[in-house]
Design a protein around this ligand. Sequence first.
Ligand code: C2E
Ligand code: C2E
Ligand code: C2E
Length: 88
Amino acid sequence: GVRHEPTSKIVLDLERLYDDASEELAYVARYARAIQQQRGDYNGRVLSIRADDLRALAIVYDASPSGLIERLTEHGVLVADPRAFFAS
Ligand code: C2E
Ligand code: C2E
Ligand code: C2E
């Protein structure tokens, strides 16, 4: 059957993501731009993404969803708490 990994909401820090020069995040950045376009959500500093889309992206990186989350965390492009993010 389908295995469900525990997921909390995935929120990307767009400034950090788009400034990140590493080749490794190129696909994540391209995906985020496409989602912004589909939503018409151009002015956000952060972007919440679907768990389904994280799963699809993980396949591109030959990783599990939690493995990809780990890499995103290492690059510092995830926002743990968007409300705290805006309060700071
Ligand atoms: P759709 O999937 O038919 O969703 C239509 C609208 O329902 C979305 O308009 C949004 O207002 C709402 N909606 C759907 N799922 C969610 C959700 O999980 N959370 C929230 N808050 N709202 C939801 P919107 O945002 O203008 O998106 C238009 C279309 O663009 C979507 O149609 C979908 O086809 C695509 N899209 C937008 N964002 C994503 C995304 O993150 N991933 C994927 N795969 N497609 C997306
Ligand atoms: P905000 O837009 O003022 O939203 C405040 C809170 O209202 C959100 O806290 C969430 O709990 C709820 N909320 C707003 N829109 C939706 C929605 O479409 N669906 C659901 N279920 N709840 C909604 P949250 O998620 O902690 O986000 C905090 C702030 O982070 C948001 O304040 C917004 O400024 C920003 N943010 C988060 N995700 C996105 C995103 O995908 N795009 C943009 N542009 N901003 C985002
Ligand atoms: P959220 O808006 O708080 O939605 C939380 C979860 O509720 C979503 O997790 C999804 O499982 C379910 N959900 C909410 N609205 C809809 C809907 O219209 N249709 C369906 N089929 N399910 C819905 P998910 O998919 O992991 O998305 C996480 C977050 O990503 C959402 O939190 C929202 O902030 C953002 N998001 C996802 N898809 C869209 C979209 O199409 N448009 C926009 N504007 N935001 C989206």
